[in-house]
Design a protein. Structure first.
Length: 152
């Protein structure tokens, strides 16, 4: 007759392996699902970072990750004219917003000179500014100018 202790021990091992196999199968399914979700999330994050970097390069000249060298903003004479007309500004008002002379804006639009990097960044900021914002800025600048004239 077989040893009862050995038979019971073998049966317990068999049942334990069966229980472990069932538990591991459900965990493997969960892990598989989570890996798939993680992969999708990584793709979404990469896409959003790509869009964010594109937005940063267009206007701020700064990257979201680390402040490297300022991004060069590409502007030409036609682009400056188009921006000014889109915002419905005169050369004088644009010059006031950018803190330059009216003649300077005229030279930019003719293509005889080009704006400095700091002025390019300001022009780029104007691209994303709304008309109400610009109106507020212009009124504030006009008030400052009047105050300076009255003091002089």
């Amino acid at each position: 007759m077989p040893d009862i202790k050995q038979v019971l021990s073998d049966e317990i091992r068999r049942l334990a392996r069966k229980e472990i196999r069932i538990a591991v199968q459900t965990l493997e399914k969960t892990v598989s699902t989570l890996r798939h979700q993680l992969s999708e999330e990584k793709k979404a994050v990469a896409l959003l970072e790509k869009r964010l970097n594109g937005m940063d390069k267009n206007c701020t000249g700064k990257s979201a990750a680390a402040p490297i060298a300022p991004v060069k903003v590409r502007l030409n004479a036609k682009g400056i004219v188009r921006l000014r007309k889109k915002l419905k500004l005169t050369q004088e008002k644009l010059a006031l917003l950018l803190d330059v002379a009216t003649h300077t804006v005229s030279l930019w639009e003719q293509g005889k000179t080009s704006p400095r990097q700091s002025q390019k960044e300001r022009l780029c900021a104007l691209r994303s500014a709304g008309k109400r914002e610009l109106k507020k800025q212009l009124s504030a600048l006009n008030a400052e100018e009047k105050a300076k004239k009255s003091q002089a």
